[in-house]
Design a protein around this ligand. Structure first.
Ligand SMILES: Nc1nc2c(c(=O)[nH]1)N[C@H]1C(S)=C(S)[C@@H](COP(=O)(O)OP(=O)(O)OC[C@H]3O[C@@H](n4cnc5c(=O)[nH]c(N)nc54)[C@H](O)[C@@H]3O)O[C@H]1N2
Ligand SMILES: Nc1nc2c(c(=O)[nH]1)N[C@H]1C(S)=C(S)[C@@H](COP(=O)(O)OP(=O)(O)OC[C@H]3O[C@@H](n4cnc5c(=O)[nH]c(N)nc54)[C@H](O)[C@@H]3O)O[C@H]1N2
Ligand SMILES: [Mo]
Length: 759
């Protein structure tokens, strides 16, 4: 390995601002959210430009919000169909600041790497393709022609196509995703890791196995019609704020909402809908009826406890379970029941740390109601038993026959705005046989069958010197991935790293021997219309409206098509034509991707993809929905005394830091904080704002982050919470969910070490 290009790794150790702690909020949105959103866009973008894009945001034939993947209601609000955090996502992309060649001339990569993610993001949109030559410390502009010649040449010169890795983050539109996976497979590899690997992969794995489709089953209408909605491991007030409108509607229709979360998240408590008068001036709508403040990673224990009680009750009242559904539509019930009844109810309950009366309330609710929706996000997927969490959710729904009928089903709430669409388009390191066959017959070549690398496998391969080229279509791989120091070291072993990006980020600075930045148009910029798929399987168009920030930007489709021409000179596919006319790409999608028949005609109006589980048809090995037997969490206190979850603040989109506040949790001016139970603080002699280091001792070695401040918080004893990505250095690469390989970033053992304690 060459180390000549490895620059110094200085990092700011202390928090960036003066930390101020206030009481957490007990509601989300309201007039403050409107004020915050407007001032944010005004500061970053300017009012005229801001209003131009907001008037089109999430409207029919408008711009799909680059934030989360929550679906649009069929009747859009005349006040605008967006939320505070959607506005921030837009402002972050549409900001007026520019990271141009003069900026890169003034700042070496050694200088830039000392800056925080927040600072990097504030430098604005990238304007020119840039190269960092081997041995150089400054990026310099490189004309697009030369970018493609060099990158194409490097790809052609690989002895083995599997020496290249092609990452994707979930903002990429369907058309770009399709040509990307096609190019990668024509090159001869399935090395297509994507952000899903770190996100909802556990959901995909569990749902495909048990219900025959790796996506959620519900529509927005199902949510409105549900009798009971369980919200597990999700913080919609921050991460999917528009979901709160759907929950409000469900409440008005009589639904009971149960929140299962170690923290009392403001957005789950009460919602002041900024689009309604009662939300702006009144006290809003109480959302959660029953709040179960569970210990981290004890959801399997809770679900088992609840199901055990339901089985007991069903002995005298069989009708509380859907016996006919279980008999006709499922398999595996006997093994499931046998395993479940081996557990002791009190032991299960003790693990959760919950009040037995509250759990009994949940049992009664589930016993009496028939239409149940379970929503979840990263609080369930990012554990070593993440797949078990979701399979256990499915078990509960199957017992109640709450799948494949209105008002009931699975609702994994997806993260990035097109992460689901990217998968549908074939971005998958483990492609299905059916996809490969369709690619072969449409394009007349034999796509590779050997599975490619997921995110974690890619990092391991880089470390083992098996990756020469790392290419990323969006995202910020280095800080998003686990085990930061290890990942950085591994990334620096690559010969060439190339990022298609809108904004400067840390992954441009932790680079291969040679590095390229390929700046692209963003979702809000004027460019040919593309399509995206939301969290509920609705495919619809998106069209940017803003004047592009620089004349040197290309669309993602253009970048890939030009790269394909350079890297695959023998390819007879009309890459140039596709770059100029996306309907040619849609024509290929129509014949390659299941469910996209007549895509070209349907693309404009939008359409719902077929979903077997939604209609009670299970495309599994035996055409039945599967009950499964799942594992309780295993605790390893020898690696660290506390269990840590790494979560998002209200002022970030993943590694993009919008600001240093987390208003709903009462944090202002800093991100290097650790939320702790006051009893745990007392036992360690810690006070509010005490300075601590966090460390752990997994078998692979000691890991540490320094200079965090303690925040007393209502969190179960033994559990702590910190922000991602600041604590990713503590997540060992080895800690992944079985089957999905998703990093266990919500259950990492840590010790909290007072600074100056000499420990
Ligand atoms: N504004 C904004 N929107 C976003 C994002 C963003 O960063 N900012 N990110 C997008 C992406 S990619 C994603 S994947 C989603 C993420 O959306 P979320 O999954 O809501 O995000 P997290 O902050 O990771 O929150 C996880 C929640 O799970 C809880 N939790 C943690 N561990 C457990 C557990 O063991 N059991 C239970 N029951 N709960 C637990 C935490 O307390 C927290 O409330 O949001 C998307 N939308
Ligand atoms: N510890 C811990 N780690 C986690 C998580 C966690 O909860 N805890 N969450 C995980 C999850 S759920 C996810 S999804 C991943 C996220 O991982 P990524 O998706 O890799 O990261 P992002 O921060 O979303 O990527 C932001 C970058 O994307 C680029 N970008 C933005 N818009 C566009 C666009 O339109 N096109 C292109 N080409 N580039 C664009 C910008 O340059 C920006 O800097 O992180 C994971 N890592
Ligand atoms: Mo995600």
């Amino acid at each position: 390995m060459s180390t000549e290009h490895a620059g110094p790794m200085k990092r700011p150790v202390l928090p960036e601002g003066e930390l101020k702690i206030t009481d957490p909020a007990d509601y989300a949105a309201g007039p403050k959210a409107v004020f915050k959103a407007l001032s944010y866009i005004q500061e970053r973008t300017g009012t005229a430009k801001g209003l131009k894009v907001l008037s089109k945001l999430n409207q029919k034939n408008g711009v799909d919000c680059p934030g989360c993947a929550w679906p649009d209601p069929s009747k859009r609000s005349c006040l605008g169909e967006f939320c505070e955090n959607g506005v921030k996502a837009v402002a972050e992309e549409a900001m007026t600041a520019r990271a141009d060649p003069a900026f890169f001339a003034a700042h070496s990569v050694d200088d830039l790497i000392t800056k925080s993610d927040y600072w990097l993001g504030q430098q604005g949109r990238l304007t020119h393709p840039m190269i960092l030559e081997s041995g150089s410390r400054h990026y310099r502009p490189l004309p697009w022609e030369e970018v493609f010649t060099r990158l194409g040449g490097a790809l052609q010169s690989l002895e083995d196509p599997n020496d290249a890795v092609f990452y994707t983050s979930g903002r990429t539109g369907n058309e770009a995703a399709f040509v990307y996976q096609l190019m990668v497979r024509m090159l001869g590899t399935n090395n297509l890791p994507d952000c899903s690997n770190m996100c909802h992969e556990s959901s995909g794995a569990a749902l495909s196995e048990t219900l025959g489709i790796g996506k959620g089953s519900v529509t927005l209408e199902d949510l409105h019609e549900a009798e009971v909605i369980l919200i597990m491991g999700q913080n919609p007030g921050t991460n999917h704020p528009r979901m709160l409108s759907a929950l409000e509607k469900a409440k008005h229709n009589g639904a009971s909402i149960v929140s299962i979360n170690p923290l009392q998240e403001a957005g789950l408590l009460r919602f002041r809908n900024p689009q309604k008068a009662h939300g702006l001036i009144g006290s809003g709508t109480t959302l959660t009826d029953l709040y179960l403040q569970i210990r981290i990673n004890e959801d399997v224990a809770l679900l088992k406890a609840v199901m055990l009680r339901l089985l007991q009750k069903a002995e005298t009242r069989p009708e509380i379970l859907d016996q006919r559904f279980i008999h006709d539509k499922t398999s595996g019930f006997d093994a499931f029941q046998t395993e479940l009844t081996r557990h002791n109810y009190d032991d299960l309950l003790a693990r959760t740390g919950l009040d037995p009366d509250d759990v009994e309330k949940l049992v009664r609710l589930l016993a009496e109601k028939q239409r149940i929706v379970v929503c979840w996000a990263m609080g369930l997927t990012q554990h070593k038993n993440g797949v078990d969490n979701i399979r256990e959710v499915v078990n509960l729904l199957l017992l109640k026959g709450s799948i494949g009928k209105p008002g009931a089903g699975t609702c994994p709430v997806r993260g990035h705005s097109n992460v689901q669409g990217d998968r549908t388009m074939g971005i998958h390191e483990r492609p299905s046989r059916r996809l490969l066959d369709r690619i072969a017959s449409r394009f007349g070549f034999t796509p590779p069958e050997e599975h490619g690398y997921s995110v974690v496998e890619a990092i391991e391969a880089m470390d083992a010197d098996r990756v020469r080229i790392f290419f990323a279509l969006g995202g910020n791989f280095v800080p998003a991935a686990p085990d930061t120091a290890f990942t950085e070291r591994a990334m620096r072993k690559c010969e060439l790293t190339a990022h298609v990006s809108t904004k400067l980020n840390r992954s441009h600075l932790v680079h291969g021997k040679t590095a390229l930045i390929l700046p692209c148009l963003g979702r809000t910029d004027r460019q040919p219309e593309q399509t995206v798929e939301n969290s509920m399987g609705v495919v619809h168009p998106t069209r940017g409206v803003l004047h592009p920030p620089s004349e040197h930007l290309l669309s993602e489709v253009a970048i890939i098509c030009r790269l394909a021409r350079a890297a695959l000179p023998e390819s007879e596919l009309d890459w140039a034509g596709m770059e100029g006319d996306y309907s040619l790409i849609r024509g290929h999608i129509e014949h390659t991707i299941a469910g996209f028949e007549h895509f070209s005609e349907k693309a404009r109006s939008g359409f719902e993809l077929y979903n077997g589980a939604r209609v009670g048809v299970f495309h599994t090995t035996d055409e039945k929905a599967h009950f499964t037997v799942n594992q309780l969490a295993v605790h390893e206190p020898q690696y660290g005394a506390f269990l840590m979850m790494t979560i998002r603040s209200h002022d970030q989109f993943n590694t993009t830091i919008y600001g240093l506040n987390d208003r709903y949790r009462g944090i202002h001016g800093g991100r290097k904080v650790v939320f702790m139970n006051p009893k745990d603080m007392a036992s360690l002699g810690l006070e509010r704002e005490s300075l601590v280091d966090l460390e752990n001792h997994y078998p692979s070695g000691k890991r540490q982050v320094e200079g965090f401040q303690v925040v007393p918080y209502d969190i179960p004893a033994g559990c702590v919470a910190t922000y991602y990505p600041e604590t990713n250095p503590l997540v060992p690469l080895s800690e992944v969910a079985h089957t999905s390989l998703t990093p266990a970033s919500k259950s990492i053992r840590v010790d909290v070490v007072p600074v100056g304690s000499g420990v």
